[in-house]
Design a protein around this ligand. Structure first.
Ligand code: GH3
Ligand code: MG
Ligand code: MG
Ligand code: MG
Length: 334
């Protein structure tokens, strides 16, 4: 049993404007198509009789579908189809070839050149309108998808940037820009595990500004902040390799995490840092060390024993720092 097809051709039209551009050298065809479309809701029509004006007309009228004749004086229709396809303004505009030719080879050539559809002249109005609406709808959907896709990409990009900024804020110290204590804990834990896995040395330098309470008492808290920033910047330059990390873990306390570095090299780096801070030449009248701001540094290196905790290395560096303070400050102990 077959039910009859429901051929209701009076469907409500799509609510976006359809713009048809017809390029055909015969004014009679132009008139016929104009008449066929004249009663259609939401269909605008532009007729171009001269093939050498077709590209310009297509750029100007922004068609949602192009009806293109094949045989014309001067430029032939297939060449025009290729030109629409090569032009950024018309690259994706649907093209319906309108031709008197029923030859399959001609039809095939039209599709190869880039046409989307092929109708033999003059088509029945119902079919012509249906194809115009179908191709226009696909085109408008494509444009909307493009726009939606661009909007999606943009919001993804914004989210990514916000996340990066958030990450930067969570991981860094506001005053000095170095990593903060939270990030140091995370990073140091990971580097400890890596050193344990690879059985490679991990070094830690604990750096503490000498007599800094006295500095604040003498020069004020603002000057103290400035000095802190200067010292921090100097410490930052010692995190040279991508896996090195400089962090501010307390008021005037800093650390340098130096993976895969020999103990000798670590001591050399620590001494260079101590000299570099001294060379900043920040006046500190109350200091017994050349009346300048100086740092004491405790350093330790460990190849982690399997299953051991990273606090061992922190404690070792801390004890070395304590010895540096006890034996006169402005020095390195390991
Ligand atoms: P020592 O040589 O033994 O390290 O003596 P110290 O005075 O440096 O050590 P102490 O721990 O007694 O004091 C540290 C001082 O660092 C106390 C505080 O005023 C100062 N400080 C900590 N954080 C900041 C900060 O963000 N800005 C300023 N200006 N000072 C700070
Ligand atoms: Mg013609
Ligand atoms: Mg101190
Ligand atoms: Mg301290």
């Amino acid at each position: 049993m077959y039910t009859e097809l429901n051929l209701d051709t009076d469907q409500p039209p799509d609510d976006y404007p359809v713009m048809v551009l017809l390029v055909d050298d015969q004014a009679m065809v132009g008139e016929a198509v104009r008449r066929a479309l004249s009663n259609q809701i939401n269909i605008d029509f532009h007729y171009c009789a001269h093939p050498d004006e077709a590209i310009e007309a297509a750029q100007k009228t922004r068609p949602t579908v192009i009806l293109q004749d094949l045989v014309m004086p001067g430029i032939d229709g297939l060449t025009l189809v290729r030109q629409y396809r090569a032009n950024p303004a018309t690259r994706n505009v649907p093209i319906i070839v309108l031709s008197t030719r029923e030859d399959p080879a001609v039809k095939s050539a039209a599709f190869t050149a880039g046409a989307n559809d092929y109708l033999v002249k003059l088509p029945d109005t119902i079919e012509l309108v249906a194809r115009i609406r179908y191709h226009s709808r696909s085109y408008v959907n494509l444009l909307q998808r493009d726009e939606a896709y661009r909007a999606l990409r943009q919001s993804q990009q914004q989210l990514l940037e916000t996340n990066l900024e958030l990450q930067r804020l969570t991981n860094s110290d506001g005053l000095t820009g170095l990593a903060n204590r939270r990030y140091f804990d995370e990073y140091f834990g990971a580097e400890w595990k890596r050193a344990e896995r690879e059985q490679s040395p991990l070094s830690l330098l604990m750096i503490d500004i000498d007599d800094f309470k006295l500095y604040n008492d003498t020069y004020g808290h603002l000057a103290g902040d400035t000095a802190l920033k200067q010292v921090a910047e100097s410490i930052g330059t010692f995190a040279r390799r991508p896996t090195d990390l400089a962090a501010r873990i307390g008021g005037e306390e800093f650390v340098l995490v130096l993976p895969a570095m020999s103990p000798e090299h670590m001591v050399a780096q620590a001494e260079k840092l101590q000299t570099a801070v001294h060379a900043l030449n920040i006046a500190h009248s109350g200091s017994k060390n050349d009346a300048r701001v100086t740092v004491s540094i405790g350093g330790a290196t460990v190849v982690p024993v399997r299953g051991s905790s990273q606090t061992k290395l922190v404690e070792a560096a801390d004890q070395a720092l304590y010895r540096a303070k006890r034996s006169g400050k402005n020095r390195v102990e390991t």
